[in-house]
Design a protein around this ligand. Sequence first.
Ligand code: ATP
Ligand code: MG
Ligand code: MG
Length: 348
Amino acid sequence: GSTIGMLGNGQLGRMTALAAANLGYRTHAYGPDGDSPCAQVASVETRAAFDDWTALEAFARSVDVVTLEWENIPTATIDFLAARVPTFPGSGVLAVAQDRLEEKRFANSLGIGTAPFRAVTDVASLRAAVAELGTPSILKSTRMGYDGKGQVRLNADTDLAAAWRALGTTDAVLEGFVPFACEVSVIVARRADGVMAAFPVVENRHAKGILDETLVPAAVTPAVAAEAGRIAQALTEALDVVGLLAVEMFVTAEGRVLVNEVAPRPHNSGHWTMDFCVTSQFEQLVRAVCGLPFGATDILAPCMMKNLIGDDVDQWHALLAEPGAHLHLYGKAEARPGRKMGHVNRPR
Ligand code: ATP
Ligand code: MG
Ligand code: MG
Protein backbone atom coordinates (compact mmCIF):
# COMPACT_ATOMS: atom_id res chain seq x y z
CA GLY A 1 0.00 0.00 0.00
CA SER A 2 1.03 3.58 -0.63
CA THR A 3 1.22 6.40 1.89
CA ILE A 4 -0.24 9.87 1.40
CA GLY A 5 1.68 12.69 3.09
CA MET A 6 -0.64 15.34 4.52
CA LEU A 7 0.65 18.84 5.29
CA GLY A 8 -1.46 20.16 8.15
CA ASN A 9 -2.98 17.92 10.79
CA GLY A 10 -6.45 19.34 11.45
CA GLN A 11 -9.94 17.97 10.74
CA LEU A 12 -9.61 18.27 6.97
CA GLY A 13 -6.55 16.02 7.14
CA ARG A 14 -8.44 13.63 9.41
CA MET A 15 -11.38 13.28 7.01
CA THR A 16 -9.00 12.86 4.05
CA ALA A 17 -7.18 10.10 5.95
CA LEU A 18 -10.48 8.30 6.59
CA ALA A 19 -11.31 8.44 2.87
CA ALA A 20 -7.76 7.36 1.95
CA ALA A 21 -8.03 4.34 4.25
CA ASN A 22 -11.19 3.25 2.39
CA LEU A 23 -9.08 3.05 -0.78
CA GLY A 24 -6.27 1.17 0.98
CA TYR A 25 -3.89 4.11 1.49
CA ARG A 26 -2.11 5.06 4.70
CA THR A 27 -1.83 8.71 5.69
CA HIS A 28 1.11 10.38 7.41
CA ALA A 29 0.25 13.88 8.66
CA TYR A 30 2.74 16.66 9.37
CA GLY A 31 1.59 19.83 11.08
CA PRO A 32 1.63 22.31 13.94
CA ASP A 33 -1.52 21.25 15.80
CA GLY A 34 -0.77 19.69 19.22
CA ASP A 35 -4.35 18.43 19.83
CA SER A 36 -4.46 16.84 16.35
CA PRO A 37 -7.73 15.48 14.92
CA CYS A 38 -5.55 13.23 12.73
CA ALA A 39 -4.09 11.30 15.67
CA GLN A 40 -6.91 8.70 15.85
CA VAL A 41 -6.79 7.84 12.15
CA ALA A 42 -3.28 8.50 10.77
CA SER A 43 0.33 8.49 11.81
CA VAL A 44 1.00 12.09 12.72
CA GLU A 45 3.87 14.39 13.56
CA THR A 46 2.38 17.06 15.82
CA ARG A 47 4.05 20.42 16.56
CA ALA A 48 5.99 19.90 13.32
CA ALA A 49 7.45 23.09 11.81
CA PHE A 50 7.24 23.90 8.09
CA ASP A 51 10.84 25.17 8.11
CA ASP A 52 12.39 22.14 9.83
CA TRP A 53 14.23 20.93 6.71
CA THR A 54 15.63 17.81 8.39
CA ALA A 55 12.17 16.69 9.49
CA LEU A 56 10.72 17.57 6.07
CA GLU A 57 13.44 15.53 4.35
CA ALA A 58 12.46 12.50 6.45
CA PHE A 59 8.76 13.20 5.81
CA ALA A 60 9.37 13.27 2.02
CA ARG A 61 11.18 9.93 2.21
CA SER A 62 8.35 8.31 4.21
CA VAL A 63 5.50 9.07 1.77
CA ASP A 64 4.60 8.43 -1.91
CA VAL A 65 2.68 11.63 -2.63
CA VAL A 66 2.12 14.85 -0.68
CA THR A 67 -1.03 16.95 -0.44
CA LEU A 68 -2.25 19.56 2.03
CA GLU A 69 -5.24 20.60 4.12
CA TRP A 70 -4.09 24.21 4.82
CA GLU A 71 -3.33 26.78 2.10
CA ASN A 72 -0.85 28.75 4.23
CA ILE A 73 1.98 26.22 4.02
CA PRO A 74 5.05 28.29 3.01
CA THR A 75 5.70 28.02 -0.74
CA ALA A 76 9.39 27.27 0.04
CA THR A 77 8.22 24.16 1.94
CA ILE A 78 6.13 23.02 -1.02
CA ASP A 79 9.07 23.59 -3.44
CA PHE A 80 11.43 21.65 -1.12
CA LEU A 81 9.03 18.68 -1.00
CA ALA A 82 8.17 18.85 -4.72
CA ALA A 83 11.88 18.36 -5.54
CA ARG A 84 11.73 15.04 -3.63
CA VAL A 85 8.22 13.57 -4.02
CA PRO A 86 5.11 14.37 -6.14
CA THR A 87 3.46 17.27 -4.27
CA PHE A 88 -0.05 18.53 -5.12
CA PRO A 89 -1.12 21.29 -5.35
CA GLY A 90 2.08 23.14 -6.37
CA SER A 91 3.49 26.34 -4.91
CA GLY A 92 2.14 28.51 -7.74
CA VAL A 93 -1.46 27.86 -6.66
CA LEU A 94 -0.59 28.58 -3.03
CA ALA A 95 1.15 31.88 -3.87
CA VAL A 96 -2.17 33.13 -5.28
CA ALA A 97 -4.47 31.56 -2.68
CA GLN A 98 -2.41 32.89 0.24
CA ASP A 99 -2.82 36.51 -0.76
CA ARG A 100 -6.24 38.19 -1.12
CA LEU A 101 -4.85 40.85 -3.49
CA GLU A 102 -3.21 38.30 -5.80
CA GLU A 103 -6.37 36.21 -5.70
CA LYS A 104 -8.60 39.06 -6.87
CA ARG A 105 -6.08 40.27 -9.47
CA PHE A 106 -5.83 36.73 -10.84
CA ALA A 107 -9.62 36.37 -11.10
CA ASN A 108 -9.95 39.79 -12.76
CA SER A 109 -7.17 38.88 -15.26
CA LEU A 110 -9.44 36.04 -16.45
CA GLY A 111 -12.39 38.41 -16.76
CA ILE A 112 -13.96 37.04 -13.57
CA GLY A 113 -15.58 39.64 -11.31
CA THR A 114 -14.78 40.29 -7.64
CA ALA A 115 -15.75 42.93 -5.09
CA PRO A 116 -14.13 46.27 -5.99
CA PHE A 117 -10.83 46.49 -4.10
CA ARG A 118 -7.76 48.61 -3.36
CA ALA A 119 -4.38 47.68 -1.87
CA VAL A 120 -3.86 49.40 1.50
CA THR A 121 -0.50 49.75 3.28
CA ASP A 122 -0.98 52.66 5.72
CA VAL A 123 -3.61 55.07 7.06
CA ALA A 124 -3.14 57.47 4.13
CA SER A 125 -3.80 54.76 1.53
CA LEU A 126 -6.74 53.56 3.65
CA ARG A 127 -8.28 57.06 3.56
CA ALA A 128 -7.75 57.23 -0.22
CA ALA A 129 -9.29 53.77 -0.71
CA VAL A 130 -12.33 54.61 1.43
CA ALA A 131 -12.78 57.85 -0.55
CA GLU A 132 -12.91 55.76 -3.76
CA LEU A 133 -14.90 52.70 -2.67
CA GLY A 134 -17.07 54.30 0.03
CA THR A 135 -18.72 52.54 2.95
CA PRO A 136 -19.79 50.03 4.02
CA SER A 137 -16.57 48.28 3.13
CA ILE A 138 -14.34 45.62 4.64
CA LEU A 139 -10.67 46.02 5.49
CA LYS A 140 -8.86 42.66 5.41
CA SER A 141 -5.27 41.61 5.98
CA THR A 142 -4.07 40.18 2.66
CA ARG A 143 -2.66 37.05 4.32
CA MET A 144 -3.52 34.45 6.97
CA GLY A 145 -7.15 35.34 7.81
CA TYR A 146 -9.80 32.65 8.31
CA ASP A 147 -13.25 32.42 9.90
CA GLY A 148 -13.55 36.22 9.56
CA LYS A 149 -10.38 36.88 11.60
CA GLY A 150 -8.12 39.70 10.34
CA GLN A 151 -11.08 41.77 9.09
CA VAL A 152 -12.62 45.08 10.14
CA ARG A 153 -15.98 46.29 8.84
CA LEU A 154 -15.94 50.02 8.00
CA ASN A 155 -19.01 52.25 8.18
CA ALA A 156 -19.45 55.99 7.47
CA ASP A 157 -18.56 56.90 11.08
CA THR A 158 -15.64 54.46 11.58
CA ASP A 159 -12.41 56.02 12.92
CA LEU A 160 -10.03 54.90 10.14
CA ALA A 161 -6.83 55.38 12.17
CA ALA A 162 -8.27 53.17 14.93
CA ALA A 163 -9.46 50.57 12.38
CA TRP A 164 -5.97 50.48 10.85
CA ARG A 165 -4.36 49.99 14.27
CA ALA A 166 -6.91 47.26 15.12
CA LEU A 167 -5.99 45.33 11.97
CA GLY A 168 -2.30 45.48 12.96
CA THR A 169 -0.64 44.74 9.61
CA THR A 170 0.98 46.66 6.75
CA ASP A 171 -0.43 44.50 3.96
CA ALA A 172 -4.17 44.90 3.59
CA VAL A 173 -6.93 45.16 1.06
CA LEU A 174 -10.07 47.28 1.21
CA GLU A 175 -13.09 45.58 -0.37
CA GLY A 176 -16.33 47.27 -1.23
CA PHE A 177 -19.19 45.54 0.59
CA VAL A 178 -21.12 43.31 -1.83
CA PRO A 179 -24.85 43.41 -0.99
CA PHE A 180 -25.18 39.76 -1.99
CA ALA A 181 -28.46 37.86 -2.36
CA CYS A 182 -26.65 34.68 -1.31
CA GLU A 183 -23.21 33.11 -1.05
CA VAL A 184 -22.36 29.94 -2.96
CA SER A 185 -19.34 27.72 -3.51
CA VAL A 186 -18.15 25.13 -5.99
CA ILE A 187 -15.41 22.56 -5.36
CA VAL A 188 -13.53 21.28 -8.40
CA ALA A 189 -11.18 18.29 -8.46
CA ARG A 190 -8.41 18.12 -11.07
CA ARG A 191 -5.79 15.49 -11.89
CA ALA A 192 -2.26 16.04 -13.21
CA ASP A 193 -3.50 15.04 -16.71
CA GLY A 194 -5.98 17.95 -16.62
CA VAL A 195 -9.20 15.93 -16.17
CA MET A 196 -11.65 17.76 -13.88
CA ALA A 197 -14.76 16.82 -11.89
CA ALA A 198 -16.89 19.55 -10.29
CA PHE A 199 -19.26 19.16 -7.35
CA PRO A 200 -22.68 20.87 -7.58
CA VAL A 201 -23.05 24.50 -6.50
CA VAL A 202 -24.11 24.85 -2.85
CA GLU A 203 -25.34 27.76 -0.74
CA ASN A 204 -23.43 28.92 2.35
CA ARG A 205 -24.78 30.88 5.33
CA HIS A 206 -22.33 32.45 7.76
CA ALA A 207 -22.79 33.51 11.39
CA LYS A 208 -20.23 35.75 13.14
CA GLY A 209 -17.84 35.36 10.17
CA ILE A 210 -17.83 31.55 10.41
CA LEU A 211 -19.60 29.14 8.07
CA ASP A 212 -22.78 28.04 9.87
CA GLU A 213 -24.80 26.06 7.31
CA THR A 214 -24.45 24.71 3.77
CA LEU A 215 -27.66 24.07 1.82
CA VAL A 216 -27.61 21.55 -1.04
CA PRO A 217 -28.40 22.20 -3.81
CA ALA A 218 -28.14 26.02 -3.86
CA ALA A 219 -31.47 27.76 -4.55
CA VAL A 220 -30.16 29.64 -7.59
CA THR A 221 -31.31 29.82 -11.22
CA PRO A 222 -29.82 27.33 -13.70
CA ALA A 223 -27.96 30.27 -15.31
CA VAL A 224 -26.33 31.26 -12.01
CA ALA A 225 -25.44 27.64 -11.23
CA ALA A 226 -23.84 27.26 -14.66
CA GLU A 227 -21.90 30.53 -14.28
CA ALA A 228 -20.61 29.54 -10.80
CA GLY A 229 -19.47 26.19 -12.20
CA ARG A 230 -17.83 27.83 -15.22
CA ILE A 231 -15.93 30.31 -13.00
CA ALA A 232 -14.72 27.58 -10.62
CA GLN A 233 -13.48 25.38 -13.47
CA ALA A 234 -11.81 28.33 -15.24
CA LEU A 235 -9.88 29.24 -12.06
CA THR A 236 -8.92 25.60 -11.43
CA GLU A 237 -7.53 25.24 -14.93
CA ALA A 238 -5.79 28.64 -15.04
CA LEU A 239 -4.14 28.00 -11.64
CA ASP A 240 -3.10 24.52 -12.85
CA VAL A 241 -4.51 23.01 -9.65
CA VAL A 242 -3.89 19.33 -9.02
CA GLY A 243 -6.11 18.27 -6.12
CA LEU A 244 -9.13 20.35 -5.12
CA LEU A 245 -10.04 24.00 -5.56
CA ALA A 246 -12.92 25.42 -3.50
CA VAL A 247 -14.24 28.71 -4.89
CA GLU A 248 -16.36 30.95 -2.63
CA MET A 249 -18.65 33.31 -4.54
CA PHE A 250 -21.23 36.06 -3.99
CA VAL A 251 -24.45 36.07 -6.05
CA THR A 252 -26.04 39.53 -6.45
CA ALA A 253 -29.75 40.26 -6.73
CA GLU A 254 -29.22 40.74 -10.51
CA GLY A 255 -27.66 37.26 -10.78
CA ARG A 256 -24.03 38.36 -11.15
CA VAL A 257 -21.48 35.93 -9.74
CA LEU A 258 -18.38 37.44 -8.05
CA VAL A 259 -15.45 35.50 -6.61
CA ASN A 260 -14.75 36.07 -2.90
CA GLU A 261 -11.81 33.72 -2.28
CA VAL A 262 -10.36 30.33 -3.23
CA ALA A 263 -8.91 27.49 -1.17
CA PRO A 264 -6.84 24.71 -2.85
CA ARG A 265 -7.90 21.97 -0.41
CA PRO A 266 -10.98 20.25 1.02
CA HIS A 267 -13.47 22.90 2.16
CA ASN A 268 -16.01 23.16 4.96
CA SER A 269 -18.76 23.79 2.37
CA GLY A 270 -18.04 20.32 0.92
CA HIS A 271 -18.62 18.33 4.11
CA TRP A 272 -22.16 17.39 2.96
CA THR A 273 -20.55 15.16 0.31
CA MET A 274 -19.55 12.67 3.03
CA ASP A 275 -23.16 11.44 3.28
CA PHE A 276 -25.21 12.97 0.45
CA CYS A 277 -23.00 12.73 -2.66
CA VAL A 278 -21.93 9.65 -4.64
CA THR A 279 -18.28 10.55 -3.92
CA SER A 280 -17.01 12.65 -1.01
CA GLN A 281 -14.68 15.62 -1.55
CA PHE A 282 -12.06 13.82 0.55
CA GLU A 283 -12.12 10.67 -1.58
CA GLN A 284 -12.07 12.84 -4.71
CA LEU A 285 -8.90 14.56 -3.41
CA VAL A 286 -7.24 11.19 -2.90
CA ARG A 287 -8.28 10.14 -6.41
CA ALA A 288 -6.94 13.42 -7.84
CA VAL A 289 -3.48 13.30 -6.27
CA CYS A 290 -3.10 9.55 -6.88
CA GLY A 291 -4.10 9.86 -10.56
CA LEU A 292 -7.16 7.59 -10.15
CA PRO A 293 -10.48 7.79 -12.03
CA PHE A 294 -12.86 10.34 -10.49
CA GLY A 295 -16.08 9.31 -8.77
CA ALA A 296 -19.47 10.72 -9.73
CA THR A 297 -20.53 13.98 -8.08
CA ASP A 298 -24.33 13.53 -8.18
CA ILE A 299 -26.36 14.63 -5.15
CA LEU A 300 -28.04 11.62 -3.49
CA ALA A 301 -30.72 13.73 -1.77
CA PRO A 302 -31.30 17.40 -0.91
CA CYS A 303 -29.49 18.03 2.38
CA MET A 304 -27.87 20.51 4.69
CA MET A 305 -24.66 20.64 6.71
CA LYS A 306 -24.54 22.38 10.09
CA ASN A 307 -21.25 23.15 11.80
CA LEU A 308 -20.84 22.36 15.49
CA ILE A 309 -18.80 25.27 16.85
CA GLY A 310 -17.50 25.37 20.44
CA ASP A 311 -20.22 24.30 22.90
CA ASP A 312 -22.59 23.24 20.05
CA VAL A 313 -20.86 19.89 20.29
CA ASP A 314 -22.56 19.28 23.66
CA GLN A 315 -25.72 18.41 21.64
CA TRP A 316 -24.09 15.34 20.16
CA HIS A 317 -26.29 12.81 22.00
CA ALA A 318 -29.47 14.49 20.72
CA LEU A 319 -28.05 14.61 17.18
CA LEU A 320 -27.28 10.89 17.32
CA ALA A 321 -30.92 10.26 18.27
CA GLU A 322 -32.18 12.21 15.25
CA PRO A 323 -33.31 9.85 12.45
CA GLY A 324 -31.42 10.47 9.22
CA ALA A 325 -28.76 12.73 10.77
CA HIS A 326 -25.10 11.88 10.13
CA LEU A 327 -22.81 13.13 12.89
CA HIS A 328 -19.09 13.75 12.36
CA LEU A 329 -16.93 14.66 15.36
CA TYR A 330 -13.30 15.66 14.94
CA GLY A 331 -11.90 14.18 18.16
CA LYS A 332 -10.66 17.54 19.51
CA ALA A 333 -10.09 17.51 23.26
CA GLU A 334 -11.04 21.11 24.01
CA ALA A 335 -14.24 22.91 22.85
CA ARG A 336 -12.96 26.50 22.76
CA PRO A 337 -15.37 29.25 21.56
CA GLY A 338 -15.28 29.57 17.76
CA ARG A 339 -13.49 26.21 17.37
CA LYS A 340 -14.91 23.81 14.77
CA MET A 341 -15.63 20.60 16.75
CA GLY A 342 -17.70 18.64 14.24
CA HIS A 343 -20.63 18.88 11.86
CA VAL A 344 -23.93 17.19 11.15
CA ASN A 345 -25.37 16.34 7.72
CA ARG A 346 -29.11 15.85 7.48
CA PRO A 347 -31.73 15.48 4.75
CA ARG A 348 -34.08 18.39 4.08
P1 ATP B 1 -12.96 31.53 5.53
O1 ATP B 1 -13.18 30.99 6.89
O2 ATP B 1 -14.04 31.17 4.54
O3 ATP B 1 -11.57 31.33 4.98
P2 ATP B 1 -12.20 34.31 5.69
O4 ATP B 1 -11.83 34.69 7.06
O5 ATP B 1 -11.12 34.04 4.70
O6 ATP B 1 -13.21 33.10 5.70
P3 ATP B 1 -13.90 35.84 3.88
O7 ATP B 1 -14.38 34.65 3.17
O8 ATP B 1 -13.15 36.86 3.13
O9 ATP B 1 -13.09 35.51 5.21
O10 ATP B 1 -15.13 36.59 4.58
C1 ATP B 1 -15.98 35.90 5.50
C2 ATP B 1 -17.42 36.27 5.21
O11 ATP B 1 -17.61 37.68 5.39
C3 ATP B 1 -17.84 35.99 3.79
O12 ATP B 1 -18.21 34.65 3.58
C4 ATP B 1 -19.02 36.96 3.66
O13 ATP B 1 -20.16 36.47 4.35
C5 ATP B 1 -18.50 38.17 4.40
N1 ATP B 1 -17.78 39.06 3.47
C6 ATP B 1 -16.44 39.04 3.22
N2 ATP B 1 -16.10 39.95 2.29
C7 ATP B 1 -17.25 40.55 1.90
C8 ATP B 1 -17.57 41.60 0.97
N3 ATP B 1 -16.64 42.22 0.24
N4 ATP B 1 -18.88 41.96 0.85
C9 ATP B 1 -19.84 41.36 1.59
N5 ATP B 1 -19.60 40.39 2.50
C10 ATP B 1 -18.33 39.98 2.66
MG1 MG C 1 -10.48 32.39 3.75
MG1 MG D 1 -14.23 32.69 3.18
